[in-house]
Design a protein. Structure first.
Length: 317
């Protein structure tokens, strides 16, 4: 099939594009620029690259038509963040594609209520990103179930892989947290360290898109969590990473209002966003309907990413 991937050189696209090529698909990658993927792969030589500024094309009202003109059988949209963007694209592709796959987020759920969270639980998103993604999901599911548009939604967690810093046990992205754990130094966590984070390796997210395509009839009109088999508490995450480095975890805890004063405003904002959500999502539905089977646990995914940081001198212990 001819597969158009919008935003295909990012974290997930680095793995998704080669998987599509290896499965015999004709692949077109639509990107804003010529950024290299995070990992080289010979399959990229077989990919048609199309440069297109989505934001500008949407302002001009031409983006959907330009994607349709590429004559896709399948469209995978990795970078849709506004409801109006989704509406514009769906109207252009209506009746012209066999499958439309949207990359969502587990942030559509907002606060966790009953965990592990299933896809059927009510949406109570907060923050512009989660609110917009929940609105896109609702729109696409309605279009699929009422109007026959062949949409499916894949909701990743915190995407991890070699080439970038993973979400750390303090709930932000400063890789020096791993250095402290590796050196046996004290790490202070917010509250009691019992909030949760839910990682997923980028290649497992890529796998989910292939599985949704292979199980098209089960996927259309549905949304799926695509995360690792289990979430981590901040405390358990820190203890496990310290043990991986061969050190005991020396942890201290502070109430949020005091803890936030120990980090930068950017780190505090990132941590608050993550602990306020405290995701812990079920993958039972994805296992059952599209045979999603993640290769990596949360810790395995993070450890591969941290190894890359060490090997490339991004952190030193």
């Amino acid at each position: 099939m001819r597969v158009i991937v919008i935003g295909g050189t990012g974290h997930v696209g680095t793995y998704l594009i080669p998987r599509l090529v290896e499965n015999g698909h004709q692949v077109v990658c639509v990107t804003r620029g010529r950024r290299e993927p995070y990992r080289p792969h010979g399959a990229w030589g077989e990919v048609e690259m199309v440069e297109m500024d989505r934001a500008q094309a949407e302002l001009e009202g031409t983006f959907g038509g330009a994607i349709a003109a590429l004559q896709p059988d399948v469209v995978i949209d990795m970078i849709c963040f506004k409801l109006e963007s989704a509406c514009h694209l769906v109207e252009a592709l209506r009746g012209r594609v066999q499958h439309f796959l949207h990359c969502g987020t587990i942030w559509v759920h907002g606060h966790s209520v009953q965990v592990p969270t299933t896809e059927e639980q009510p949406r109570r998103p907060f923050g512009e990103y989660g609110i917009q993604k929940a609105a896109i999901e609702a729109y696409l599911l309605k279009e699929a179930r009422l109007n026959g548009f062949p949409a499916a939604i894949l909701h990743p967690g915190h995407i991890v892989g070699p080439g970038w810093a993973p979400l750390n046990p303090a709930g932000h992205f400063n890789p020096e947290v791993f250095v402290r754990l590796a050196r046996g130094e004290t790490l202070t966590l917010p509250n009691l360290g019992l909030e949760t984070v839910h990682h997923v390796h980028a290649d497992d997210v890529a796998q989910s898109f292939l599985q949704a395509m292979a199980n098209r009839s089960n996927a259309i009109g549905e949304s799926f969590h695509v995360v690792s088999p289990a979430a981590l508490t901040l405390r358990g995450y820190a203890e496990s990473m310290a043990a991986w480095f061969g050190e005991p975890a020396r942890l201290e805890f502070l109430p949020w209002e005091r803890w936030r004063e120990t980090v930068t405003p950017e780190e505090a904002a990132a941590t608050w966003d993550h602990i306020a959500h405290s995701p812990n999502c079920s993958i039972d539905k994805a296992r059952r309907l599209i045979a999603y089977n993640p290769r990596y646990s949360s810790l395995q995914a993070v450890q591969e990413a941290v190894n890359w940081l060490l090997e490339h001198g991004r952190i030193k212990i």
